[in-house]
Design a binder for this molecule. Structure first.
Ligand SMILES: Cc1cc2nc3c(=O)[nH]c(=O)nc-3n(C[C@H](O)[C@H](O)[C@H](O)COP(=O)(O)OP(=O)(O)OC[C@H]3O[C@@H](n4cnc5c(N)ncnc54)[C@H](O)[C@@H]3O)c2cc1C
Ligand SMILES: NC(=O)c1ccc[n+]([C@@H]2O[C@H](COP(=O)([O-])OP(=O)(O)OC[C@H]3O[C@@H](n4cnc5c(N)ncnc54)[C@H](O)[C@@H]3O)[C@@H](O)[C@H]2O)c1
Length: 452
């Protein structure tokens, strides 16, 4: 006999935790199911521990910049305080009791089990079945893509999980995939003395961003001692007990003590019962409308929607789902035209909205402007580690910025002004008249506008 509840939330990562907690606080009876840790990827194997690692690696880099500017510095990098901080401060040694208690205090019935949809409004969680009168929220996130390369499956390769959990560092590391995960972790490990080789199948790293961003990231990481192999694919992987060898399709090989696979993420919804509610279980992601509805009585939020694999997107969509489920009069609708993203390399590479190519492909009459951070007063003052640029992509017909990149020291913070401009479609002539404080990094936005 199915138990009656208002809502079942499947998956309690960032998106599901937010949706379940808010719905319970609003007075609904909510069951939240997750076989793993409440909070999901971001606090335990993603954003938070990786940014702690980046903070430590950036301290090393800043210390190395002292020479010639503030004296002489020496530094002996040591991974142990980083591994300790990740255990003690970030993840409670991968224990989610605090998060579980917080969720239960909000009124959510938490079950540490995998959930499966068994029909419209019906969900099986472990050995219990629920009938959800108000709806089901699917927030099951993604899992790492493991490419079908000969030999790889049988080897002890790392994904982000093992990389974040590392207590000691290898002497050398091969990173397969030059996207956000690969590059952030590459720079961390390189700054701690690991010999890193990045193997990227496309002809440039960070390929979803502007070509200028790819060039900047590559130059910065090469400065950290990283070797890049772009435009090549691994055809075979072998592990001899002490290290990995990748055979590449140009006939060469790459060797390293460890191998990190960072070749993207995929949804894992095949066994979720989605077909029973009219959703294609084999699709690359769960398609959602502007209320993040996926089917009658089903909402989907976060990475599983394929809109943008970012914590801020999971939170954004969770809010939309919550207000729609509650029938709020002024429930917002989703708009992704100003999706911000920051790759937390040093220099940070922030971007919002469309790249120049995406804008041209969309048929927009594009004008671009670019300014270099070292040429801006603050960049010149900053000197060591000042590399970066601001690039604007303007829709000529509408006279608004539809995309922007802010790369450099605090590039992710400088992005905020550009995100407002794209989000609110602030006219370019208005941005041109603004006063930009002197001598800030964000004042370079004014120079980029002048260069249009
Ligand atoms: C190394 C790394 C660094 C990152 N850094 C950033 C960053 O700096 N900024 C940023 O915005 N994003 C970052 N991300 C991405 C961010 O972690 C994700 O976008 C975010 O976690 C997505 O949240 P989610 O709720 O959609 O899914 P997840 O956090 O993946 O949670 C999904 C949950 O669903 C559960 N689940 C799956 N199937 C079932 C089922 N059948 N029943 C019950 N539960 C199920 C899983 O166990 C999991 O706990 C990073 C990711 C990684 C890997
Ligand atoms: N700072 C952040 O916000 C942050 C940080 C980390 C991750 N994330 C999120 O996590 C998602 C996943 O990150 P990711 O870096 O794994 O994926 P990604 O899609 O960003 O990059 C994967 C890279 O691997 C390459 N690749 C794929 N198959 C390959 C193969 N067989 N050989 C060589 N290269 C191959 C791709 O061309 C691509 O460049 C990102 O899209 C991002 O949304 C965000």
């Amino acid at each position: 006999m199915a138990e009656q509840v208002d809502v079942v939330v499947i998956g309690l990562g960032v998106g599901g935790e937010e949706a379940a907690g808010r719905l319970a606080e609003a007075g609904l009876s909510v069951v939240g199911a997750d076989p793993r840790l409440v909070g999901g990827e971001c606090p335990y194997w993603g954003c938070i521990p990786s940014k702690m690692m980046i903070r430590a690696a950036n301290l090393i880099a800043e210390t190395r910049r002292v020479d010639g500017m503030a004296g002489i510095s020496t530094i002996e990098p040591d991974w142990s305080p980083v591994a300790k901080r990740i255990r003690e401060e970030a993840t409670d040694n991968w224990n989610d009791q605090v998060a579980v208690d917080r969720l239960v205090k909000k009124g959510v019935s938490f079950i540490r089990e995998r959930a499966v949809i068994t029909g419209p409004g019906r969900v099986q969680v472990g050995d219990r079945e629920y009938e959800a009168s108000r709806g089901i929220v699917v927030a099951t996130g993604t899992v790492p893509v493991i490419p079908p390369i000969d030999g790889l499956a049988g080897t002890p390769y790392w994904t982000n999980k093992e990389a974040i959990e590392a207590e000691t560092l290898p002497a050398s590391l091969i990173v397969l995939g030059g996207g956000a995960i690969g590059l952030e972790l590459t720079q961390v490990f390189a700054r701690f003395g690991v010999q890193v080789t990045v193997v990227e199948g496309l002809d440039r790293i960070l390929a979803m961003e502007e070509p200028e961003s790819s060039d900047l990231a590559r130059a910065a990481l090469e400065h950290d001692g990283v070797t890049f192999r772009t435009g090549v694919h691994a055809t075979n992987v072998s592990h001899d007990g002490s290290g990995f060898t990748l055979a590449l399709d140009d006939g060469s090989t790459v060797s390293g003590e460890k191998l990190l696979v960072a070749t993207g993420r995929r949804v894992d919804t095949k066994a979720l019962g989605l077909d029973l509610v009219g959703i294609d279980p084999a699709a690359r992601s769960i398609a959602v409308d502007e209320h993040v509805r996926a089917a009658d009585g089903v909402w989907a939020v976060g990475d599983v929607t394929g809109v943008g694999a970012f914590t801020h997107n999971a939170m954004y969509q969770a809010n939309i789902a919550v207000l729609d489920i509650l029938g709020a009069e002024d429930a917002p609708t989703a708009s992704y035209h100003a999706m911000p993203r920051v790759t937390f390399t040093d220099p940070e590479i922030g971007a919002v909205g469309l790249t120049e190519k995406q804008a041209r492909d969309a048929g927009i009459d594009v004008r671009t402007g670019i300014t270099q951070i070292p040429a801006a007063t603050r960049g010149w003052i900053h000197k060591a580690g000042n590399e970066g640029f601001i690039k604007l992509v303007v829709d000529n017909d509408r006279g608004v910025v539809v995309g922007a990149t802010s790369a450099g020291p605090t590039g992710g913070e400088v992005l905020s002004a550009l995100a407002v401009a794209v989000h609110a479609a602030v006219p370019v002539h208005s941005l041109r008249q603004m006063i930009y404080a002197y001598p800030t990094f964000h004042r370079a936005i004014g120079s980029a506008i002048q260069s249009l």
